[in-house]
Write a protein that binds this ligand. Structure first.
Ligand code: SAM
Length: 231
């Protein structure tokens, strides 16, 4: 079974032997890959809608993995329980939806569980929410998939971890240390978005506090921006 570069990046973040729950699984390619490679002994795959879950059921049957994967209809974590898995994956969803899902499950603040996120938008909202709860991001990566950049991070609840985060952290995480072209491309996109926003607000004489906050962040991102070819 072959995975797209985006899903492979997530598979590589899963610890050997972990039981995973893939929330918003759709086709279940990721948990089925983790089972087929022997990296994970069993998995839960959930989705809000029946249609995607039917794809997952069909793919599990075609892979001969039905007995190692539990399929569940669930709005976010409503029907996914803490005891279901060691590692909970949220991939291919917007950052606002991910935060909405997390905010309805207070059990996530459990240092024995890990969480992998691959937000399609608003990663900064997910990072800010995790930090506000006392999580720390333990792994980050970025990749290109069909010429589009994707980022992912893995977080664990660890309120004892002391790090003085700069205001830019929610926008860039530790992607400056990842060092690949996809991370640089993503940081360049973040820089461009923030700079355009600050310039437009300033021109319109609006939200001066936000303009000031963005101007404080930009110098942290600027050294990491580059022109990248995506192909
Ligand atoms: C773009 S697909 C991502 C599929 C897969 N995780 C991936 O990364 O390739 C998003 C999936 O999330 C599901 N979804 C949307 N809102 C959800 C929610 N509140 N709870 C669970 N699943 C949800 C959708 O039905 C859809 O199948």
């Amino acid at each position: 079974m072959r995975l797209s570069p985006r899903l492979k990046m997530l598979a590589d973040m899963v610890d050997d032997g972990a039981v995973v729950a893939d929330v918003g699984t759709d086709h279940a390619y990721l948990p089925l890959y983790l089972l087929s490679t022997g990296k994970c002994p069993s998995a839960v795959a959930s989705d809000l809608r029946e249609g995607p879950l039917m794809n997952a059921v069909a793919n599990a049957a075609a892979s001969g993995l039905t007995d190692r994967i539990t399929m569940r209809i669930s709005d976010g974590l409503d029907a996914v329980m803490p005891d279901d898995a060691d590692c909970f994956i949220f991939a291919g969803m917007g950052g606002n939806l991910i935060v909405d899902i997390l905010s309805k499950a207070d059990w996530i603040c459990d240092g024995t569980k890990s969480f992998i996120f691959q937000p399609m938008t608003h990663a900064e909202t997910v990072r800010a929410y995790l930090l506000s709860l006392g999580f720390r991001i333990v792994k980050e990566n970025a990749c290109f998939d069909e010429c589009k950049p994707y980022i992912a991070f893995k977080a664990v609840y660890d309120p004892t971890y002391k790090r003085k985060y700069k205001k830019s952290y929610v926008w860039m995480g530790d992607l400056d240390k990842v060092g690949n072209d996809a991370a640089a491309y993503y940081l360049t996109k973040q820089y461009t978005y923030l700079k355009k926003r600050a310039d437009a607000l300033e021109f319109a004489k609006l939200l001066p506090d936000e303009v000031r906050a963005i101007r404080e962040i930009l110098p942290d991102i600027e050294p990491h921006i580059r022109k990248i070819r995506k192909d």
